[in-house]
Design a protein around this ligand. Structure first.
Ligand code: ZN
Length: 407
């Protein structure tokens, strides 16, 4: 019998190699990741292009030209960076890519989303080795900084002419694992609002009953926001057809103010992280916030640190040619799809916001959702099945017949 090393699939070996590159915030080793992926691109005879969108922030584009390059292209997006780890909570070194006896590969980024990058590459390797070609051009887009908001990654890139030159028709980006047999597919995302509410009040000595004080106001503000939170939580728990992406979540994330134990402060602030589904009337919701502030007392105001207003959804209607190609291919593979609104945020929101359809999909079923969590892992069989899935999906998408207005 051969050792584990000899039996390992070359794609798994590559995946594990990629996991060992420390692209972890706050100081991700992007150079090493780009070098690693570019080498793979060259190996597959893909054309490689690098665009530095911000200092030390490089976007790598690996392109497989279609037989009809005038047609709109397929964008396969993935990010290289991963979130930090609390090493003391991990069973194994998060950057060693250890594989246990069950074939579970432990590593930061194993689900989010180094698996997907390697799966795209391996699917293309397979298709190329079979001598396949498709009408539409396929671009593998590899971006930095997704985990810190994409401001120096995808956001900068979509403003550049190099992005326009990709002539994108349809995009795939990351999704989430599904613990059951089904695969989750995301066709929209919630909007992120980060709000700080400032509550001014009369300062004074801590031994007295000061009128018009900041604490009473901030208490009312917190009550309004958290009462609403409770309502949304109930709504989610009472309905079987709702997922996290369908309700608004509110969390109090900062509470600031005060100078001394015996001084009533002249201002207290409360900050909230709010995630709003695309079905919510954003104007009405902001009115609600305004009302809560007015009701809290004199001078209470709010300000935004982040306020996303895009409510674009990608069509999951059978009549949509992209969705039809995607979903019918999955059906042929006997995959059950669960279509949801992404509860957090990914780079695909920027792609949707400028009018391109994009689906969030990471082919991981029978897998606990461990992104950003301790002991993030992916089983090698699930990983390898994901390559099979892309090996069918990519040809289907890259062969979608010319749409109206296309050459
Ligand atoms: Zn991610």
């Amino acid at each position: 019998m051969g050792g584990q090393q000899e039996e390992e699939h070359s794609a798994v070996r590559l995946f594990r190699e990629y996991l060992r590159i420390r692209t972890v915030h706050p100081q991700p080793d992007y150079d090493c990741a780009i070098e690693f992926l570019e080498k793979l691109g060259v190996e597959l005879a893909l054309s490689c292009k690098k665009v530095e969108v911000s200092p030390s922030r490089v976007i790598l584009i690996l392109t497989w030209e279609g037989t009809d390059p005038k047609l709109k292209s397929i964008l396969l997006n993935s990010h290289t960076d991963v979130v930090p780890v609390f090493e003391e909570h991990w069973k194994h070194d998060p950057f060693a890519a250890l594989k246990d006896e069950q074939g579970n590969i432990y590593g930061r980024g194993s689900q989010d989303m180094k698996c997907v990058t390697i799966q795209y590459i391996e699917a293309i390797r397979r298709l190329k080795s079979e001598g396949k070609r498709f009408p539409r051009t396929i671009h593998l887009l590899i971006v930095p900084d997704e985990e810190i908001g994409g401001q120096n990654g995808m956001v900068k890139f979509i403003e550049r002419e190099e992005f326009g030159a990709l002539n994108v028709g349809f995009g795939l980006d990351e999704g989430l694992a599904n613990p059951g047999d089904a695969f989750t597919v995301f066709y929209g995302e919630r909007n992120v609002w980060w709000v700080t509410v400032r509550c001014p009040g009369s300062p004074g000595h801590g031994s007295r009953f000061i009128e018009n004080n900041a604490a009473e106001k901030v208490r009312r503000v917190i009550n309004s926001f958290l009462d609403f939170r409770e309502k949304e939580k109930k709504r989610l728990n009472l309905s079987e057809c709702l997922t996290l992406g369908d309700v608004t979540t509110v969390n109090l994330t900062f509470l600031q103010g005060g100078v001394a134990f015996n001084v009533v402060p002249e201002e207290l602030t409360a900050s909230f992280d709010i995630r709003i589904p695309p079905t919510v009337d954003l104007k009405a919701f902001e009115e609600q916030i305004k009302t809560w502030c007015q009701e809290a007392g004199d001078g209470v105001v709010y300000e935004f640190h982040q306020k996303n207003m895009d409510q674009a959804l990608t069509s999951i209607d059978k009549s949509d040619p992209w969705w039809s190609a995607f979903s019918s291919t999955c059906q042929q593979m006997d995959m059950t799809l669960q279509c949801e609104i992404f509860p957090a945020a990914t780079d695909s929101r920027f792609i949707r916001a400028i009018g391109y359809p994009a689906i969030g999909f990471s082919p991981m079923n029978r897998t606990p959702i461990l992104l950003h969590d301790h002991n993030e892992y992916l089983n090698e069989r699930i990983f390898l099945t994901g390559i099979n899935i892309y090996t069918s999906l990519i040809p289907a998408l890259a062969s979608v017949s010319p749409l109206e207005g296309e050459a």
